[in-house]
Design a protein around this ligand. Structure first.
Ligand code: PMP
Length: 442
C-alpha cells in the first residue's frame, strides 16, 4: 500500500523513477551505498551549491547529509574549488612524494592532540583497517574490542558482529569481541578475562555519528583502563575529526587516544583517509635496519591513491580554514539554533520527542522525552526500541524530503547553513510531522 507521503514523493519525482528503472538493473537495490536505499525509490541529484542540492526533477533541497559528513564547508566552497582546479592543471598523480602531503600532515599534527605521525590513504574503512593492524602489530596481540552497533566502515573485522555480515569468515569474527558501550565494568571484565587484546575502538560521540550517545566520562574511564592494561585505545574520528571541534572529540573532551582514524572532512570533500597517533605505533610501517623486523613485524602499506594531490589540495585548504577561521563555531551555532527550534516546534505541536546532539550533528528523536542538554545521556533499552521504529523513520525522511529537506532524523550541519536555512528547515520539519500525524504515526 502506498502511503500519502509516498504518493507525494512518487508524483514529484518522475525522472528519479525513470533513472531508478535503469539503476536497479545495474546496482543492488539501484544504489551504490547502503545508506542511499530509499523506498519507494532513491532520488537522483544533478548538482549542489552551498547548503542546497537539486534533484533531477528540479526540486531544491536543503542538504543535511553533507556528503555523508565530509562537507563541513558546504558544497563547492570557493576555496576548495580554486585549490582543486589549480591542482588539476598541475597534475593529479605523480606517483611520488609532494610538498602538499607535508602541509596536510602538519595541519593534522597541529589540530589533533594525539598526532605525532601520520599515514594517508583514501577512506575511513581503510583508516580503521590500518589502525587495527597497527595495534595488533605493535602489541603482538590479536583481538579487538569494539562496541555494539558502533560503525567503523565495512571491512571484515569491524563488520563481523553487525547485521549484514555475509561473507566474513567465522575465524575473523572470532578475533573481535563486541560489548555494550557506557559500562566500564564490562570493559574491565573483558580485558581481564582475555590477555590477547590488542585494541579497543569506538566512535567517541556514540554509534552512527552519535545516534546512540556515549557518555563523555566513559571516554576518560576507557583511557585510564586501557593505559593500565597496555591496550591500544583507538578513537574512530572519521566523523568527529575536525567537526566536533577543530581537534575532534578528543580535543573537545580532553581525552587523548593512542591512535585516531580520520577521513571525510580530512579530504575536504574528496576521497581521503588517514591514521594518526603515537609515533611508535604508526612506525610499525617504517622500514628498519633489521631484516627480521621488516619481514615478520612490519606492516606493508601501498595504495595507488595514498595522499593523492587532488585530495591533499582540498584537504589542506579545508584544514587551514578550520584552523584559522571559525568554521566549527559557525556550524555549531547553526546546529544549536536548529536543535532549540526543533524542540520548540515539538512542544508547540505537542509531539513527544527531543532534538539532541553534540556540536554539528543533531538528531530528531521521536517518541522519547529527554533533556536535550544532558551531555551524559544514555538511552534505556525501551527508549532505543522506540527510536528504532523504522516505519516512522522512513516516513519522516520521505516527508521531510517532500518539503525540501534532506535529513531524516539526522542533521549534519555545515558552516554555511544560514539562519534562513535553519528557519526554513524547522518549518519544513513541522509540515513533515503534520503529514506523519495525518497518517497516525505521531
Ligand atoms: N568510521 C565511521 C565512524 C564512519 O562513520 C564511517 C563512514 N560513515 C567510516 C568509519 C567508514 O568511512 P568510509 O565510508 O570513508 O569508508
Amino acid at each position: 500500500m502506498v502511503t500519502p507521503i509516498e504518493k507525494t514523493y512518487i508524483d514529484t519525482h518522475p525522472k528519479s523513477a525513470e533513472y531508478y528503472a535503469t539503476s536497479k538493473e545495474l546496482f543492488p537495490n539501484g544504489v551504490t551505498h547502503d545508506a542511499r536505499n530509499l523506498k519507494p525509490f532513491p532520488y537522483f541529484v544533478s548538482h549542489a551549491q552551498g547548503s542546497r542540492k537539486w534533484d533531477v526533477d528540479g526540486n531544491e533541497i536543503i542538504d543535511y547529509k553533507g556528503g555523508h559528513g565530509a562537507l563541513i564547508l558546504g558544497h563547492n566552497h570557493p576555496a576548495i574549488v580554486n585549490a582543486v582546479t589549480d591542482q588539476i592543471t598541475k597534475g593529479t598523480h605523480f606517483a611520488a612524494s609532494t610538498e602538499l602531503e607535508i602541509n596536510w600532515a602538519n595541519l593534522v599534527k597541529e589540530l589533533i592532540p594525539c598526532s605525532e605521525k601520520v599515514r594517508f590513504h583514501s577512506s575511513g574503512t581503510e583508516a580503521t583497517m590500518m589502525a587495527i593492524r597497527m595495534a595488533r602489530a605493535y602489541t603482538g596481540k590479536s583481538k579487538l574490542v569494539k562496541f555494539a552497533d558502533h560503525f567503523h566502515g565495512w571491512h571484515d573485522y569491524v563488520r563481523s558482529h553487525e547485521p549484514a555480515y555475509g561473507g566474513i569468515p567465522i575465524e575473523t569474527a572470532n578475533t573481535v569481541i563486541s560489548i555494550p558501550p557506557n559500562d566500564i565494568s564490562i570493559v574491565e571484565k573483558t580485558l581481564s578475562n582475555n590477555q590477547d587484546i590488542a585494541a579497543v575502538i569506538l566512535e567517541p560521540t556514540g554509534a552512527h555519528m552519535g545516534d546512540t550517545p556515549v557518555r563523555p566520562s566513559f571516554l576518560g574511564e576507557l583511557r585510564e583502563l586501557t593505559s593500565r592494561k597496555g591496550v591500544v585505545l583507538i578513537f574512530d574520528e572519521v566523523v568527529t575529526g575536525f567537526r566536533t571541534s577543530p581537534g575532534g572529540a578528543q580535543a573537545l573532551y580532553g581525552v587523548t587516544p593512542d591512535l585516531c582514524t580520520m577521513a571525510k572532512i580530512l579530504g575536504g570533500g574528496l576521497p581521503g583517509g588517514g591514521v594518526t597517533g603515537k609515533a611508535d605505533i604508526i612506525d610499525m610501517i617504517q622500514l628498519r635496519d633489521d631484516s627480521d623486523f621488516n619481514k615478520h613485524q612490519r606492516i606493508g602499506h601501498n595504495g595507488t591513491f595514498n595522499a593523492n594531490p587532488l585530495s591533499a589540495a582540498a584537504g589542506v585548504e579545508t584544514l587551514q580554514l578550520i584552523k584559522n577561521d571559525t568554521i566549527n563555531i559557525k556550524a555549531n551555532k547553526a546546529a544549536e539554533r536548529l536543535k532549540s527550534g526543533l524542540n520548540d516546534m515539538l512542544s508547540n505541536m505537542e509531539i513527544v520527542g527531543t532534538a539532541t546532539g553534540v556540536a554539528s550533528a543533531i538528531f530528531l528523536r521521536l517518541g522519547i522525552d529527554v533533556d536535550p542538554d544532558d551531555d551524559e545521556i544514555v538511552f534505556t533499552e525501551e527508549q532505543e526500541h522506540t527510536l528504532g521504529n523504522s516505519v516512522i523513520k522512513d516516513q519522516l525522511t520521505l516527508a521531510m524530503y517532500n518539503h525540501g529537506v534532506d535529513a531524516g532524523p539526522r542533521f549534519i550541519v555545515s558552516s554555511i547553513h544560514t539562519d534562513s536555512d535553519i528557519n526554513e528547515t524547522i518549518e519544513s520539519t513541522s509540515k513533515a510531522l503534520s503529514d506523519l500525524r495525518n497518517q497516525g504515526l505521531v
